[in-house]
Design a protein around this ligand. Sequence first.
Ligand code: GEK
Length: 246
Amino acid sequence: MSEPDRIFSQPQPHIPDFTFNEDVVRVFPDMIKRSAPGYPTIVENIGLLGARFAQPDSVLYDLGCSLGAVTQALRRHVKTERCRVIGVDNSSAMIQRCREYMLAQDSMYQELLPVELQEADILELDFQPCSLVAMNFTLQFIAPEQRLDLLRRIRQSLLPGGALVLSEKLCFADPEEHALLTDLHIDFKRANGYSDLEIAQKRTAIENVMRPDTFETHRERLLAAGFSKVVLWFQCLNFSSMIALP
Ligand code: GEK
């Protein structure tokens, strides 16, 4: 279904900033699995978290849904009555392909939650009352100065008893810890077949568009946005996932 990711395999004289265009869409499932340690585990477990936090008559959001991996996990695991999933992404190439994936899922399973896909900027959404919001590696692509306001708006839309699941690549204040986990991440990518050239060129392409924070920065910002508790439920190397409770 997904082509192997060879986007950065040839030397490129000029490396433009990374965008979620059609070339990326074609290889995305392969790219994210080989680049993000723990990704399949996180996606599957967001389905389980959805089953725990979903409330009847509410929305479950998948913000920055890409090809809908999290949306599919939620649709498979959540059985709560009259829930629906809204997947949002501002890449039209992603949303277009995501629609095809959802139709394929519909044809394979019965009684899945209804899903609505929106091509939109999550910074401009009018959030509906929701019991679960998943941002699986999306906040890191939002300009740092806009992150707090977005989290505030999510917090205000979350129903009591709901949850935000926030997965992010982390950086670390301690230079030794940061260097070790960065090196181990490079080892992970190498072990998954990426060459040193691919790793270096991808880093150049992404460093201006993806800006990770430390866990402490995430925690403090989530508390400032009005969340009462932040639980780190998953970490593999420098990739993490948190649950923030209203
Ligand atoms: C997964 N969650 O497979 N509004 C909407 N979408 C955005 C915005 C924005 N302002 N900024 C970025 N995106 C997915 C993986 S990928 C993470 C998420 C990665 C979208 C962007 O188009 C892309 O599809 C997604 O956020 C980030 O579980 O590739 O590392």
